[in-house]
Design a protein around this ligand. Sequence first.
Ligand code: UD1
Length: 368
Amino acid sequence: MKILSVVGARPQFVKLAPVAHAAAAADVEHAIVHTGQHYDPMLSDVFFRDLGIPAPDRHLGVGSGGHGAQTGQILAAMDDAITELAPDVVLVYGDTNSTLAGALSAVKLHVPVAHLEAGLRSFNRAMPEEINRVLTDHAADLCLAPTAVAVEHLAAEGLAGSTVLVGDVMTDVLLEVRERALADTSAVDAVLAAAGLARGEFLVATLHRAENTDDPARLRAIAAELMALPVPVLLLAHPRLVARSAEAGVEWSGAVRLHAPLAYPELVGAVLASRGVVTDSGGLQKEAFLLGVPCTTVRTETEWVETVELGWNVLVDPRDPSGTGGGTSLGAAASRPAPAPTEATPYGDGHAAPRTIEALRALVERRA
Ligand code: UD1
């Protein structure tokens, strides 16, 4: 069996790592296409280096662009990559434009497609990611679900027959990296020292979603809340946030210490050293939960509902982050104490990647 993984954006490299390792352990041939959606070294190369991912077999180099242009360029280039690499199954990850383009190309070339992290729903059709994940699930021959809730969503859309619950591969990689981060804190200590932060006395923040960064009024309102927090905030700024802040006239100051994105082991170490996380990222909500750190999510909804139900995540409406309309304010949410620890493991046992390889094998055998 030959698997072809299609990746392009930062969170996909994290998910690729345990899959690449599980494929190698099972002696399965595994090729990688990097679409080039993310190209900054801190959003791309460092993940391959730190997580021991083999170099991609093809780099499509598409770069940034509007949704149509970016998705279309990946789609066109994927046709040739799939034809040349001749996989038995194409594996796409998550919900980015690279995910949708990879799935569409494969399905049109009659190559079986599997979608990792299938079945997540925000039920917010204004998010490009929601469209990407719904269309990818329906194009896929195999939906690899990370959670029981995702399985329910897929069944409600008539996709029970193509669904397998494997767990969340992000748990696999996080548990491993957590050990490394605990054993060697030197890189994180250097980041904290340079930013003048003390362990346990700061928040880690990220903000990159288009719906938050690309609306100047919303971005200014969120920024005002973050800058007024009573605890220092290490804001790990995606290039999109830096660009949009400049356009919206936001000058980061007050509680906020602006910092470049961190490599994955350092991010995990920084979250472990923090007293809380403020984010609009999907992955970081879960990472905070798995690391036992309370999270505040600046979004109207989340795909990772388990983190909210278990009390570890609080949503703040980005249209009213000061809570003047009666909702929770960012300040109140980010200052709340940590809840009681939970034994619940909604994101699996850290062995989702080997299960993924077995599910792919079963798909390929069925289609042979
Ligand atoms: C993409 C995904 C999002 C995911 C995120 C992870 C889509 C629709 N969105 O969002 O689901 O959560 O990746 O980080 O696929 N840029 C750089 N350097 C880079 C890449 C991007 O400077 O290496 C800048 C460019 O100005 C670009 C902007 O960031 O226009 C947005 O990049 P894009 O890939 O379109 O989306 P993300 O916001 O990264």
